[in-house]
Each structure stands twice: as C-alpha cells, then as structure tokens.
Design a protein around this ligand. Sequence first.
Ligand SMILES: [Zn+2]
Length: 254
Amino acid sequence: MTTESADTPKIIQVGEGFCVRQEIDNMAWIDLGEYALVVDALEQPQTRQEVFAAIKQSIGSKTVRYVLNTHTHYDHVALNAAFQEAYGSEIVNAQTAPLPAQGRWFEGSRRRVQMLPLPGCHTPEDCIVWAPLEGALFTGDIFGWGVIPLTVNLRADTAQTLRDSYRRMIELDPKVVIPGHGPLCTVNELRRWVDYLDWLIEQVRREVQAGRKDEEIMQSIPPPADMHSWWRFLKWKHQDSLTKVLKSVRKGWL
Ligand SMILES: [Zn+2]
C-alpha cells in the first residue's frame, strides 16, 4: 500500500467532511457539525494558501474552532498562527491546554472527536486523536512506519511504555490509522510494529550473547520481508532501529 508517491500532497477523504491532507507531514480537518477542527498544522508556513483553499472546498466557510497538535515539534505547528489569525482558532496541545488523563472530547451534532494524552513514546507531550464515527486514529509521531519513535534512550522502561501505549491504541480497534508522517495504514501495522520491536530485541540479544561483533550483527539481521514496502523502511528505518537496539543491548539497558 505504500510507495514514495506518499511524498506528493493529496487529499484523502476519510468521511463526509473529514479530509486528510497526506504528504510527508500529515494534517486533517474534520467537520463536527457546528464547527470544524484541524489536527496538526504542518512544517511549512507557505502551505497556508493551498491548505486554506482545500479546507474551504471541502467544508465551506465553517469555522475552524480548534487546532489540535499531537505534539509541538516544529513540523506539526507551522500553521497554528495562520488558523488563529483566520478563524480565531484555539490551539490545543500539551503546552497550551494540558489534558486530563481521560482526555478531552470535542462534540458537535455530526461527530465527536477525542484527544487523549499518551505521553512518553515520542515526547512527554504526545497525544492521540480518536474519531469514533469513522474509527480513525491519529497517532502523531508515535507510529513512524518502522522507526523507534523515542527521543530518549531505548531502555526496559521506555520499551514498556511503547508496548503499553500501542496496546491502548490497538484496543481502540481503529479502521484507519493516520500517522504524523507518510501514508495512512490500519491497526495491522500497529500490531506488526510491536512484534517487530520485540523480534529485533530478541535477535540482537541472541547475536550479542553469541559473541558477534557490531558490524556482523548489523549485517546479519535483515529487514523482515513483509515490511519491505513500509514507507522509507529499507532506505534507513530498519538500520536506524537496529542501531538503537544494538546500542541498548550493549549498554545493558534492556
Ligand atoms: Zn515529532
């Protein structure tokens, strides 16, 4: 389902009045009935005109009352100010409006959308966004098509946070999964990634115990065949994940 054509912007309709603008960086707008909300706000401020035109085309002049940021890295917030200026939108993220553990619901006559904190996979601010009508789940950068999303070291506790957070996302039983970057996918890719992580740790442990050198280990654990089509996985993500796991095993962190 994935190719590098994911890098060209396209508008994907997830439901009536619910569009994802899918590119390297993803964003979405969702019509809740009386108002709309936006999820994530890209990296390039110069996309403003194009994005605003696409929003108008699909949901008319409905007010974008909220902009939800899955986290506040620069590549998720560039258009925040533009939405504030154009619509007076409220910016909702872990810094501007910290969420209670049970999350926050945004309700309208057409749909409701939940923003839930799920910190510690990528940043301490991570939130997911859940749209139950379509069964659509925004993972932010918690899912990265084969990348270990942590910005801290992979250790026993952070690995467990990853597993626990993935279990919570999988339990929602999403029909469509919208990562922060790259192609859309399904719950199967979430499950597959957790298995991959545990498999990788197991493989590296075995090789280290067998007394193999780092260079040998890097060569001896190839990317799983069923993940070859994952977005940018062969290009760098498998190597990167293997490097991180190897470092953690050598350091005794896992
Ligand atoms: Zn990020």
